[in-house]
Design a protein around this ligand. Sequence first.
Ligand SMILES: NC(=O)c1ccc[n+]([C@@H]2O[C@H](COP(=O)([O-])OP(=O)(O)OC[C@H]3O[C@@H](n4cnc5c(N)ncnc54)[C@H](O)[C@@H]3O)[C@@H](O)[C@H]2O)c1
Length: 260
Amino acid sequence: MGRVEGKVAIVTGAAKGLGEADARLLAREGATVILTDVDEVNGRRVTADIGGPSRFVRQDVRDEDGWRALIEEVMAREGRLDVLVNNAGVVEAGHVENTTMDNWRFVMAVSADGTFLGCKHAIPAMRTSGGGSIINMASVASLGGHHTVFSYVAAKGAVEALTRAVAVHCTQTKTPVRCNSIHPAGMDTPMVRGMGKKMADAGMAPPRPADAPPPLTALGSAEDIAYAVLYLASDESRFVNGQKLVVDNTLTVTPAVVPA
Ligand SMILES: NC(=O)c1ccc[n+]([C@@H]2O[C@H](COP(=O)([O-])OP(=O)(O)OC[C@H]3O[C@@H](n4cnc5c(N)ncnc54)[C@H](O)[C@@H]3O)[C@@H](O)[C@H]2O)c1
């Protein structure tokens, strides 16, 4: 028996990076996974590699009609929805003074709007299914002042806060749906590997040579987050609700070194 045997899970942004690792592990542990992404080529490639009953659906998480259609289709085809991983997200460089409205709206739309819409439309389907678990991908960025990715910090702050409100709504309405956020530090994914160039393009960091190591000295792997997702998706975490799970190998708890 897998740890999520028989469950039906949607993972957004599953074509690469953390979402791909989540989808692979959930499927390996017995779930039927609906992988969604705007990147159809990689999404279909990963889904074919996973095999079994899992399938790919093209989805832009910013689009509410798309969410309605996706959930309706899952309920019609798979007959239930147990897990939603609101993983899709984007990052742009910029501090508070040079962040444009386009940068702000883009990042907020994918992370904050996308996560809100996923929660909104998954809850009724999970209620019909007898319960479920929503896992929202936040970041250590919502826990500190990462000033060079200003819109990202704000978007992840929104994800963190709305997670608590969703969880409390569900307990108050006696809906057996849990909602938790995961806060990764730097994990080795295309997003993190692309950050150096984004910073350089925004004039906020020196250009990095193509063969330079990843921008953070100690990156975790996508699987480190997938195992946290697996725990929250499984019934092992049935009393964990409205919480932040920080996966950062001490990044946010290491005391600052004060020069003597
Ligand atoms: N990698 C890290 O170190 C890290 C740290 C903290 C938080 N996160 C968060 O984890 C999530 C995944 O990050 P990642 O590093 O794997 O990113 P990534 O860029 O490597 O992959 C993100 C995926 O989301 C998809 N996507 C982007 N916009 C979308 C949209 N509008 N609709 C549907 N899909 C869309 C992309 O096509 C891509 O496949 C993000 O929410 C990110 O903010 C990542």
